[in-house]
Write a protein that binds this ligand. Structure first.
Ligand code: NAD
Length: 499
């Protein structure tokens, strides 16, 4: 069974290199029929894969990881061609995907396998088993900005939990999805545990209407709403990993140089096209000037381009250039000051670094996801004010706090309304497979990665086995004596007052 599907459809689409406009690949547009056929095949694959058992699945997943590792440069090259990101960033993306796959493969049994549970004194005659069973077929819909790492956060964990996957990659990066499925197919030739359907939004929509047991969606909040509405028809559960407007907080006693370096990388790497990228920086008054000085100085050394020495590549999705331009124009028109770059920095298909100061809180550059190499820096009186302003957004994906005080940083990290926060680093959580990844509010819900990410693709199954009979309370044969015994036990166990 090949990962690529045969199709009668005459329609096709091309993926282009955003830096050069060259055609990277041409792929079929899979319609409803092809998508449903893939789901039907995945159903059989899921039965086989789910029945293999933990040990066999673990060996195969570790072998998939090995194949990914041995193909690292080939995959990175394709990621580079389809997204425009630098080769080194593409390589790092593959490394992160490998790390996650390894963790999911090794931990699945421990997190999801059967375990005994203490039944409590009232049900002491029951032996209890809790286990997490696979859902069956998981539909994964992916974005283009991290075309391997992001989907593997769902695909790897879904496979490790015993599911089969039908994956619809972004129309900008179908080749990366197909290459992944091809590698999986080589390691696991028996059944198509990972199939790829290619196409535009409508192919993804067909997947959400199909007979899948869960949809793992990663993309914009706008599309997530459509996905959720479509999934409501069949009550198909979803995990939604959406956009963000992440804040970066710099305290008075922070390592300002390190903070500037981290903020810059968080904002500009991958041309700012990172869901957990830094979009807003809140700096405590006393270090504001020195932070802005270091940030602008370091930004001056960055350069967008296609060659090996460029800091970052082009904007992958041409339509995003208009959004970035609108945000910069609006910020400047409303009194914002561009201390690095400005409206002229948008030079299709590239955007040079833009640093904006004094941008009003209600402007697009502060409220909406920009998804470009731009950053707004704000002066605040205290970390508390920074947290309040950071939280004044509908998004809530991640964030960072730089502080010399462990207690201040931890307290701020806890109060940031988001799924993840790094202290004295940026985006550090994404490289830690044991940590869950996901947002709140417009950034979505549910978690990928970590134990929570494994459970996201499994259903809890509770089993009790009666070992002997005690008080017979759930029977019409129940006696007054049984009832009295039970009530007296409850009184003894739960009736006391606590101080
Ligand atoms: P998008 O919403 O435009 O598209 C995402 C995917 O959904 C694509 O594969 C697309 O073809 C598909 N799609 C479009 N319409 C659909 C429909 N009606 N039904 C089903 N599927 C449909 O997003 P994008 O531009 O590819 O990705 C960028 C966005 O993704 C940004 O907002 C970014 O922040 C977010 N993102 C989030 C995470 C995260 O983990 N939270 C990770 C990466 C990217």
């Amino acid at each position: 069974m090949t990962a690529t599907m045969d199709t009668e459809t005459a329609e096709s689409f091309q993926s282009l290199n955003p830096a050069t406009g060259e055609v990277v690949g041409e792929h079929p547009v899979h319609g409803e029929e092809a998508v449903n056929a893939a789901i039907a095949r995945a159903r059989d694959a899921a039965a086989w894969w789910g029945g293999l058992g933990w040990k066999e699945r673990r060996i195969r997943l570790l072998n998939i990881k090995g194949a990914l590792t041995r193909s690292l440069n080939r995959i990175a090259q394709l990621i580079h061609e389809e997204t425009g990101k630098t080769i080194e960033d593409a390589q790092l993306e593959v490394v992160m995907a490998i790390t996650h796959l390894d963790w999911a493969a090794r931990k699945a049994e421990k997190v999801l396998g059967p375990r005994g549970v203490f039944p409590g004194l009232l049900a002491i005659n029951q032996k209890c088993v809790l286990e997490y069973q696979p859902l069956g077929v998981v539909g994964v819909i992916g974005p283009w900005n991290y075309p391997l790492f992001t989907p593997v956060g769902s695909i790897g964990y879904a496979l490790a939990a015993g599911n089969a996957v039908v994956f619809k990659p972004s129309e900008f990066t179908p080749g990366v999805g197909l290459l992944l499925a091809d590698l999986v197919g080589q390691v696991v030739p028996e059944q198509p545990i990972l199939q790829v359907v290619t196409g535009l939004g409508e192919t993804g929509a067909a997947l959400t209407r199909g007979a899948v047991d869960k949809i793992a969606f990663t993309g914009s909040s706008r599309t997530a709403r459509k996905v959720m509405a479509a999934c409501a028809e069949r009550l198909t559960p979803i995990v939604a990993e959406c956009g963000g407007k992440d804040a970066f907080i710099v305290d008075a006693d922070a390592d300002v140089e390190g903070a500037a370096e981290a903020a810059l990388w968080g904002a500009m790497s991958n041309a700012g096209q990172t869901c957990v990228g830094v979009e807003r920086v809140y700096v405590v008054d006393s270090v504001y000037d020195s932070f802005v000085g270091k940030l602008t100085e370091q930004a001056g050394a960055l350069r967008a381009g296609e060659d090996r020495t460029a800091s970052y590549g082009p904007i992958t999705m041409p339509g995003q250039l208009d959004v970035i331009k609108r945000h910069i124009d609006d910020a400047v028109a409303r009194g914002g000051r561009a201390v690095v770059g400005g409206p002229e920095s948008v030079k299709e298909p590239y955007v040079e670094p833009v640093i904006l100061l004094d941008v009003p809180d209600d402007s697009a550059a502060v409220c909406e996801e920009t998804f470009g190499p731009t950053i707004t820096v704000h002066r605040v009186k205290s970390v508390d004010e920074a947290v309040d302003r950071a939280n004044a957004t509908a998004y809530g994906l991640a964030g960072a706090v730089f502080s010399g005080s462990k207690a201040t940083a931890l307290s701020a990290a806890r109060r940031l309304r988001s799924g993840m926060t790094s202290i004295n680093a940026v985006i550090a959580f994404a490289a830690v497979p044991a940590l869950p990844f996901g947002g709140v509010g417009d950034s979505g819900f549910g978690r990928i990665h970590g134990a929570d990410g494994l459970r996201e693709f499994a259903r809890a199954k509770a089993i009790t086995r009666q070992r002997f009979s005690t008080m017979n309370l759930t029977s019409f044969q129940r006696t007054d004596k049984d009832m009295a015994k039970a009530l007296s036990l409850v009184n003894m166990l739960h009736g006391k007052r606590y101080k």
